[in-house]
Design a protein around this ligand. Structure first.
Ligand SMILES: *Cc1c(COP(=O)(O)O)cnc(C)c1O
Length: 575
């Protein structure tokens, strides 16, 4: 495919690495993300801009967002489409590309958003959009709702992302040397690359010689995020045939994507020279899930500058200049005086107290131990584990008061996840006198920063080994907020008992699913809350601040996307 390069507004198109992600969460104003995967993608892009890595990102415009969350009188989640206008933040590019869906031509345009780092680095993000007048009404909706609709809708979205994305990059004049698939949603890009790198051979009957899989493998990097079999996208070949058609012969496709149905993870695994999981443990778990593949591990991070609240930014600027672009320097946090850490924390806590008062009319107290729990609501995250033995929890709270602040969305089709929201909202009414419980609706990037900086303890209670990595605990650590979590995902690497925070439940052992043992985990949670956390918080403030400092110097300095991206460059992109 040759074409005249389009100059992308205000910058150039010399990026050689293309980063594909179904969702990207950069700012609150651009609601094209649902949770951790998207926010990680956004942080990846921001760090790439800091480090001036020549990357361009590709995603979908999701004009109705994921959804906006309200909670009704009974505690049920109600979803509304988000109404936002890309033209406020992005430039619509003049190029359109064409793909085939169900035999129809579907045209795709792109919006360009430029992420600018304070270092001067820039990364362009291309948001693909099928809402153009050439398309049928139905096709104009393909890029409307993130993770909306049924499997048919999802397949069309993934075709737009993977195949449309590669075509758009070519139309814009990019010469990409590495395609990085952030999760399997973008795996169709491998098919477009197979077609583009088709060998010219004499006999068209020799299929194996036509399709240069090695060439495509050299071009592709794949990051898997899902530690269980059922989490991986798959489509029946009947549906693929109907919607996508026969891009490459089905016989070849089945060899690459699975015999009985098209598994997007297998497609990416078979066509990438570098594959990784998102934490050391997740790398192992993935090896068990996909035996025979070489799977590496690069542990996730968060963008330090984004996820540090204003008061801590001021402290770091004063004592550790240069920290934002080189978060490794936070290893020196020991030099920050205790009072300044505590003051910065109280400032952040005050902001959260004000936000809660303004939005819920509930007054939480700044002098009470405050536990935060916010993330996607889905069963395995066990948001309600702390209430397993309510009587016990209430007893503990007589020794030292506690407040718990919740926030998070459940996928509109995740009924068990929604039931947990309902249960938590009910808790806000029942235990109010002894333990204040607050649920903040419409969790988003802005609210996440308020929470991860404004509470004292960041709680995470996933079912092992379902938390591939988790990142919100790393955000908390950047603000001196102490982690109290199940040993799964990144916390296995970040945890030093009593030094950087506290663990809940047994040590990680097996890579396979461990039978649910809510009671054992809850018991450990109660024990440590009662005997370690509450006494230290209320009676040994100096020790508490030491653990806060350790969170910064032993967690934040390492678990950040600047560090993570240096690893992607040297271990994945330059291979
Ligand atoms: C960081 C973040 C997440 C991911 O949190 P986990 O603890 O990794 O599940 C989800 N949603 C938002 C808005 C975030 O900022």
């Amino acid at each position: 495919m040759t074409s005249i390069p389009v100059r992308i507004p205000m910058t150039n198109n010399n990026a050689t690495i293309a980063y594909f992600s179904m969702e990207i969460g950069l700012t609150n104003d651009i609601p094209t993300y649902s949770g951790g995967l998207g926010v990680l993608a956004g942080d990846t892009i921001k760090s790439s801009a800091d480090l001036e890595i020549p990357i361009v990102a590709v995603t979908l415009i999701s004009k109705k967002g994921f959804f906006s969350q309200d909670i009704d009188g009974e505690g049920r989640q109600v979803e509304y489409p988000v109404d936002w206008d890309p033209s406020r933040f992005m430039v619509r590019l003049p190029k359109k590309v064409k793909i085939q869906i169900e035999g129809r031509n579907v045209y795709i345009q792109a919006w360009c958003y430029t992420v600018r780092s304070i270092t001067g680095g820039e990364v362009n993000v291309l948001y693909l959009d099928t809402d153009v007048e050439e398309n049928t009404k139905e096709d104009r909706e393909i890029t409307a709702v993130l993770y909306g609709g049924d499997v048919h809708y999802r397949l069309k979205q993934e075709i737009v992302l993977g195949i449309g994305g590669v075509r758009m990059l070519h139309a814009l004049g990019f010469h990409i040397k590495k395609y990085h698939m952030n999760e399997g949603h973008a795996s169709f890009l491998t098919l477009e690359l197979l077609v583009l790198n088709k060998r010219d051979v004499e006999s068209v009957w020799d299929e194996n010689r036509i399709w240069d899989t090695n060439k495509v493998k050299d071009l592709c990097v794949f990051t898997t995020h899902t530690p269980i079999e059922a989490g991986h996208d798959r489509f029946s070949y009947d549906l693929v045939k109907k919607v996508l058609g026969e891009v490459i012969p089905f016989e070849v496709l089945k060899r690459l994507g699975g015999e009985h149905y098209l598994n997007m993870t297998f497609l990416a695994l078979n066509l990438s020279n570098y594959v990784n999981g998102v934490a050391k443990k997740h790398g192992e778990v993935s090896k068990n899930l996909f035996p025979g593949y070489e799977i590496n591990a690069i542990t996730n991070g968060v963008h330090s500058f984004t996820w540090t609240c204003e008061s801590f930014k001021r402290v770091y600027d004063k004592h550790i200049p240069g920290w934002a672009n080189e978060p490794e320097l936070l290893v020196r946090s020991e030099i920050i005086p205790e009072e300044e850490i505590w003051e910065a924390h109280l400032h952040a806590k005050g902001c959260l107290v004000d936000y809660i008062k303004k939005n819920t009319a509930i007054e939480i107290r700044p002098d009470v131990l405050t536990i935060g729990f916010a993330r996607r609501f889905t069963s395995y995250k066990r948001a309600d584990l702390i209430f397993l033995n309510l009587e016990r929890l209430l007893k503990i709270s007589e020794k030292g008061r506690i407040q718990i602040i919740y926030s998070g969305k459940a996928h509109p089709k995740d009924t068990p996840g929604k039931d947990i929201i309902k249960k938590i909202v009910e808790m806000t009414k029942t235990v109010n006198d002894n333990i204040k419980v607050v649920f903040l609706k419409n969790y988003c990037i802005e609210l996440a920063l308020k929470l991860v900086s404004g509470v004292d303890i960041w709680l995470n209670t996933p079912l092992r080994p379902r938390e591939a990595s988790g990142t919100s605990g790393m955000k908390a650590a950047h603000n001196g907020v102490i982690n109290f979590s199940i040993l799964d995902g990144w916390w296995i690497e970040g945890h030093i008992e009593g030094i950087t925070g506290w663990s809940i439940g047994p040590k990680p052992v097996e890579s396979s699913l461990i039978p649910v043992n809510d009671a054992t985990d809850a018991e450990d949670l109660y024990y440590k809350l009662e005997n370690l956390i509450l006494p230290m918080y209320y009676h040994d403030r100096s020790q508490w601040i030491k653990v806060m400092k350790n969170s910064i110097s032993k967690i934040a300095y390492y678990f950040n996307t600047n560090h993570m991206m240096r690893r992607y460059v040297t271990e994945a992109y330059l291979r």
